[in-house]
Design a binder for this molecule. Structure first.
Ligand code: RUQ
Ligand code: CUA
Length: 663
């Protein structure tokens, strides 16, 4: 025991020395690393469009941001898992249900990975998916509207990190649990020290139908390890998904040391076509669970949340030939498949080589039963039998790999702060460039697909240090754009990002821009609280609820004078934007509301709930500068004492009159 501790401590201090040592040794020549024609290459003239959209995860901001490449200009922050007062997301009555979970309303999450939908292994521009790490969820954003259209919670999971990676025809997005936990239908109230008996891992396959609608098709019950990242096979390996995992030691404390004991952990290979057959053959067990499924209805302009009650669980014990483990050195992180689908690149966070596996060899090893025993009953393939080769001396601490359209791979190295380019077939290192500093993910447009578009690689860095003007203790995290069109990678641009960028995916602009929606048609508005014209503007009392059906058009609200609200009432402002013009949202805010604003798109209805806490007259106004007379787009609402007999009256353009006179 003593020995174990001593050894662990030595190992830990060694790791830390290497780690911090490398981190603080910053690459030299940060200025001279920029190529002479950089400005020209990243320059997009005013009025000109960028060539690519870049969807960047926001990490602990819970959102997704959209940039243009090569300019690095920020176009939009799409609210996904976090409330966003700028857009009223999670504040308006219509959007609150999007953030519902089996734990109730969860207004934040940690979004790490991006997956653009694909057809035939090629990006198609329909949807982009993102994962919520903390309270396991997957979101689908509709790229016609750049709005979160659906969020599904993942049961039997905790720390939804190896997610949402997509199969080549968008059949599934996958989700692997980072934290193994007691299963939802078991008694979870167990000693943490009973980890090895009671804690399990799962991977989930979330089916996507042609309309984009998600549902959890099945889960696979797995040993209690930590699933980290994943990639679907493509081409010849279509039908398989590869998940990296660490902590095959099954440690439940001081993982830093205890989960770094073994020389190799695993990459899990899942044959999902086989899994589908087992589900069809009735081999899956129904497990009762509870998870939220939230859908935003574009016509109703409203989200609904349902709690689903059941999931299908496949146990590898009943399903031979469905899952295999492949040894992978030194705490694997990234696990990436090349455009041909033949090569699977593993990355050990503490490794000094990059192992590359061959799909053909994996198939042969399976056929020959070339196993190295099993792990909890799952056959372990022999390392040498499935290895295509190792990239020698690439750098220190490989994390993630992307591919270009010329058979090259680009791997990020966190510890040695660099991107290394190497040839996938002969595994020769071709080029290396420093990153500023400590790159995590990297991305080539189309890099994870069968058809990379190439041109650039973007580094998403964890540490910014001296790259920008100081802004107090926290600095914006940073992305760096490199031109990869020649033999040598060339740094051409730095741009700051929002939250912490983890993964990102870029896609040619025209695949999305041509379908971009400009307005919501007012005649299609099915929100039950819509007022689709001035004649529907009104105020209705229902007990202590006051419903204000309000219209907005340049540059007034109707009604804009309201009286008769009493303390104890809840006022619902249902605001319909009557505009039918692109880029003319109206905003709506009321003084003192414990809420956010609304930002209402043309043709849309959104509702703000307000519980007045004091008597008086409260201004309401439009928050988005919509016309020359935007400042005139304002009004008042009067709140009286609970017992008052001020009549309920409203008006616009003349002084308030009793209800009878308004009719
Ligand atoms: S991770 S820096 Cu959360 Cu994708 Cu690798
Ligand atoms: Cu409407 Cu400003």
């Amino acid at each position: 025991m003593k020995h174990f501790f001593l050894r662990s401590l030595i190992a830990l201090s060694l790791i830390l020395v290497v780690f911090w040592g490398m981190q603080s040794c910053k690459p030299k020549g940060a200025q001279s690393a920029v190529s002479g024609d950089a400005a020209e290459k990243a320059y997009v003239a005013p009025g000109k469009y960028d060539e690519f959209y870049d969807f960047v995860s926001g990490g602990f901001s819970g959102q997704m941001s959209v940039y243009g490449l090569p300019s690095g200009r920020l176009f939009r922050v799409i609210p996904v898992f976090s409330v966003d007062p700028e857009k009223g997301y999670g504040y308006s009555e219509e959007t609150k249900a999007m953030l519902n979970t089996s734990h109730g309303f969860v207004p934040w999450d940690d979004l790490h990975h991006i997956a653009l939908s694909e057809t035939n292994g090629i990006q198609d521009g329909r949807w982009v998916f993102g994962n919520g790490n903390n309270t396991p969820r997957i979101a689908r954003v509709d790229l016609k509207t750049f709005r979160t259209a659906e969020i599904i919670e993942i049961p039997n999971s905790a720390g939804n990190h190896s997610s949402p990676f997509i199969t080549e025809n968008s059949e599934y997005v996958v989700a692997g649990t980072r934290f193994s936990v007691p299963m939802d239908n078991s008694n979870g109230d167990v000693p943490i020290s009973s980890y090895k008996q009671n804690f399990k891992g799962t991977v989930s396959f979330i089916h996507i139908d042609t309309s984009g609608r998600m549902n959890i098709a099945f889960q696979i019950l797995l040993p209690g390890v930590n699933f980290d990242l994943a990639r679907a096979g493509k081409g010849k390996s279509h039908g398989w998904v590869f998940f990296s995992c660490y902590n095959s030691e099954k440690a439940n404390t001081l993982l830093e040391v205890n989960a770094s004991q073994k020389d190799k952990d695993f990459i899990l290979c899942v044959n999902w076509k086989k899994a589908e057959e087992y589900v069809k053959a009735g081999k899956a067990q129904k497990r009762s669970v509870a998870y939220a499924h939230n859908i935003y209805d574009e016509n109703k302009h409203m989200a609904t949340s349902e709690i689903e009650k059941e999931v299908l669980m496949l146990d590898p014990k009943d399903c031979p030939d469905m899952v295999y483990l492949m040894p992978c050195p030194k705490s694997p992180h990234g696990c990436d498949t090349d455009p041909t689908g033949e090569y699977i690149v593993g990355s050990g966070k503490l490794a000094a080589t990059i192992p590359v596996f061959s799909f053909t060899k994996i198939q042969k090893a399976i056929a020959d039963k070339n196993f190295d025993g099993d792990y909890d009953g799952i056959p372990v393939l022999k390392y040498e039998a499935v290895l295509h080769g190792e990239v020698q001396k690439p750098g220190l601490g490989p994390l993630h790999t992307e591919f270009d359209d010329n058979g090259n791979a680009y791997t990020s190295f966190f510890i040695s702060s660099e991107i290394v380019k190497w040839n996938v077939k002969d595994l020769k290192v071709l080029d290396r460039v420093p990153t500023y500093y400590s790159v995590g993910h990297l991305s080539v447009p189309g890099g994870p697909t069968r058809k990379p578009w190439g041109k650039y690689v973007i580094a998403y860095n964890k540490i910014t240090k001296d790259r920008y003007l100081p802004t107090g203790p926290e600095l914006a995290q940073s992305a760096q754009l490199y031109d990869i069109s020649g033999d040598k990678m060339k740094l051409i641009l730095d741009f700051p990002t929002i939250g912490e960028p983890h993964y990102a995916e870029a896609i040619p602009a025209e695949l999305i821009s041509k379908n971009s929606q400009k307005i919501y048609k007012i005649e299609d508005n099915q929100n039950p609280y819509a007022a689709k014209g001035d004649k529907y503007a009104r105020v209705e009392r229902k007990g202590n609820e006051v419903h204000v059906y309000i219209t907005a058009i340049r540059s007034h609200f109707n009604p804009d004078n309201i009286e008769g609200v009493k303390l104890g009432d809840i006022v619902y402002f249902h605001v319909t934007n009557l505009e039918q013009d692109w880029d003319i949202p109206h905003g709506f805010a009321v003084k003192g509301a414990n809420n956010a604003e609304l930002l209402i798109m043309p043709g849309e209805t959104q509702t703000l709930a307000w519980k007045p806490e004091r008597t008086g007259v409260f201004p309401i106004y439009c928050t988005d500068f919509c016309s020359a007379l935007h400042q005139e787009m304002q009004g008042y609402i009067r709140v009286s004492t609970a017992g008052s007999n001020v009549p309920m009256i409203w008006s616009m353009g003349k002084n308030a009159a009793p209800i009878a006179e308004n009719k």
